[in-house]
Design a protein around this ligand. Structure first.
Ligand code: ZN
Length: 215
């Protein structure tokens, strides 16, 4: 009942901003919860006992895939497969809080207060937005509008100070927000494209979000 009420209230909030968000939750069983905690202990804090996060940042991505349902199916898997570049980082599969289709439809995949594995070093600080697209299929105008609305909505709900594209996350290496203990665990990213981030920043300028650590 409480859960229904919360979903209703959040939906109402989203509707009041003119933004429609569809719930399409991925599997997050006890197994995935345990693997998430294992990831946190391995990378951030050996003594951690919770997979909850305190987000101060939104990180925007593209999926490098072309189809919503197959991408959702991929995130729905709880165990990481076929990712040689990050396999040594742990077993829990990658995910994001939101997934946005080419036509701008927004799907929420998991609660905002639970850690998703989507950005090395910053997962406990960041809400992740994935977008169906790639270098060969740059993100659309509809996705720009959807991201702009969603970023502003998230910024109202949390103490969000930063907005970055995945390609920019290295700027936070060595900052007070960076938690990764393994200095060699880092991958170079190009998503969601520098042009998209420039357009998104122009679109949400009033929210006053920074792209590097504030002094
Ligand atoms: Zn990414």
């Amino acid at each position: 009942m409480m859960r229904l009420l919360i979903v209703f209230l959040l939906s109402s909030l989203a509707m009041s901003s003119g933004l429609q968000i569809f719930q399409k939750p991925i599997s997050f069983s006890k197994t995935r919860q345990a693997l998430t905690l294992e990831y946190i202990r391995q990378h951030y804090d050996p003594k951690a006992s919770s997979i909850n996060i305190q987000p101060v940042m939104v990180v925007v991505h593209w999926t490098a895939t072309s189809n919503l349902q197959s991408t959702w199916n991929g995130f729905n898997n709880e165990i990481l497969t076929g990712r040689a570049d990050i396999a040594r980082g742990g077993k829990v599969n990658t995910s994001a809080h939101y997934l946005i289709d080419r036509d701008g439809t927004i799907y929420q995949l998991m609660p905002e207060n639970i850690m998703a594995r989507h950005v090395i070093g910053l997962n406990r600080r960041a809400i992740g937005i994935e977008n169906i697209g790639s270098r060969n299929a740059p993100l659309t105008k509809a996705q720009l509008e959807a991201n702009a609305g969603l970023v502003q909505l998230i910024a109202q709900r949390h103490q969000i100070k930063y907005l970055i594209g995945h390609l920019e996350y290295g700027r936070f290496r060595g900052s007070s927000l960076w938690e990764e203990k393994d200095k060699t665990y880092f991958t170079v990213k190009d998503d969601p494209g520098a042009d998209f981030m420039a357009a998104l920043r122009a679109r949400v300028k009033s929210a006053g979000l920074a792209f590097a650590e504030r002094p």
